[in-house]
Design a protein. Structure first.
Length: 421
């Protein structure tokens, strides 16, 4: 038996060493080892520890609940221990119940595999999910095929739902206490209501039950798709106090006739002013977007609600619709009194402008005639001065000519002297 366990452990070591080259692989019931301490319950028949460390042989020591230690070089026949440069895999048959501890410098994703009569079964957790979807998950604890109901064993049992991988995140935590979404206390059945507040993509979900005695785990892949329903809200026209809500449905994902909407309108003070109930089955053409008009008052509003529908593969889903904020703006109306005052002011302004225009025209005419008169006077003065100067010049020319004629008379011409001889 010990030889078989050792061969099985070697096979596991080779498998996990090879898979770690590409990416971390979680078996359906692997339990992540988040620190170096863990608890083994009395029902465990076999446990396998998978320790990852940096390249190079690292000494790993296991401390049992009674304080005794297990080493790679020294351990009983019920323990199979295989080491590689980056990993140690230790399998223990009928492990001692209680708190265990690993003394080592661990690195990477370390896990525990437990073979036990106590198992955790998960149902109603599909592979395909939608963003903003609410999903109810049921987890049941079994021992030897029967549901565990012993309060002394499952007391304070908590059901948690977490994301593993790059986005480590706890999404929900519930107890088998008959409260919230749990039906009955200590019935071995736990109910978790999960809100898929995730971006579209592929995720690894870890559903685990844990108390001070034991821990069981189930890992499941989940692919999150974009929400197949979207809501739009806006005023039917400018200045209107009526809003139209339109629900767009991805008919490739959902059966349009199965869609129902349950929502509310809240005002700017976060008070509910109207409820929104819509059933696409009431529409004559279910292939068209759902639409309805609601009469409100002029204000700022927020629409929030949920959608209920059936997928094409028959799964019933519940979706949270994204909140939509919109405003109904009143039309701009000028009061009648202000209109009269505006008209009177305009008329007075026109009269003032007219009077000012007439006064301005008279002054302009006066200045025009004054300018013309001064110009004509200047022209006359210049003409008189020019005439006086011209007359004076002509008189001087005439005097010079008369003086010249007198001189000629006193002196005979040369031809006259010749004739006198």
């Amino acid at each position: 038996m010990a030889i078989f366990i050792k061969h099985l452990t070697i096979l596991l070591c080779l498998l996990f060493s090879f898979s770690s080259i590409a990416h971390t692989i979680y078996a359906p019931n692997d339990i992540p080892l988040l620190d170096n301490r863990f608890r083994i319950d009395p029902e465990a028949e076999q446990v396998t520890f998978i320790f990852n460390h940096r390249k190079g042989y690292q000494r790993v020591v296991l401390v049992q609940p009674d304080g005794s230690k297990l080493y790679q070089q020294r351990h009983p026949e019920s323990v199979a221990w295989v080491s590689s440069p980056t990993q140690d895999i230790v399998t223990v048959q009928k492990p001692m119940a209680g708190p265990w501890q690993a003394i080592a410098e661990l690195d990477g994703d370390n896990r525990i595999k437990i073979i036990s009569k106590v198992t955790l079964n998960i149902n109603r957790l599909p592979l395909k999910l939608y963003a903003k979807e609410y999903i109810t998950t049921h987890a049941t604890l079994y021992s030897d095929g029967e549901i565990m109901t012993n309060p002394s064993y499952i007391e304070d049992t908590k059901l948690s739902v977490s994301l593993l991988g790059g986005a480590n995140k706890k999404m929900a935590l519930y107890q088998d206490d008959g409260k919230h979404y749990d039906e009955l206390s200590f019935d071995g059945k736990l109910t978790a209501r999960l809100y898929v507040d995730l971006l579209p993509g592929r995720y690894l979900l870890q559903i685990s039950t844990k108390n001070d005695v034991f821990i069981r785990n189930v890992n499941k892949d989940a692919v999150v798709f974009i929400s197949p329903i979207d809501a739009e809200v806006k005023a039917i026209e400018t200045g209107s106090d009526e809003a139209r809500i339109t629900i767009n449905i991805d008919s490739e994902e959902l059966d349009p006739s199965s869609v129902s909407i349950d929502g509310v309108f809240k005002d700017s003070e976060d008070k509910v002013v109207s409820q929104v109930i819509m059933h696409n089955l009431d529409n004559e053409d279910t292939t068209q977007p759902m639409s309805a008009v609601y009469k409100l008052s002029h204000n700022i509003y927020t629409f929030s609600g949920k959608a209920y529908a059936t997928t094409r593969d028959g799964r019933e889903i519940e979706l949270q619709l994204a909140d939509r904020i919109f405003e109904l703006i009143p039309p701009f109306v000028v009061p009648e009194l202000e209109i009269s005052e505006a008209i009177s002011t305009a008329l007075n302004t026109d009269e003032s402008i007219t009077d000012e225009t007439e006064d301005g025209s008279v002054m302009d005419s006066l200045w025009l005639w004054l300018t013309i008169g001064i110009t004509l006077l200047l022209i006359i003065v210049i003409a008189v001065i020019f005439a006086i100067k011209r007359k004076k010049k002509n008189q001087q020319n005439e005097d010079a000519l008369a003086e010249e004629l007198k001189l000629d008379e006193l002196q005979p011409m040369p031809i006259d002297i010749k004739d006198g001889k």
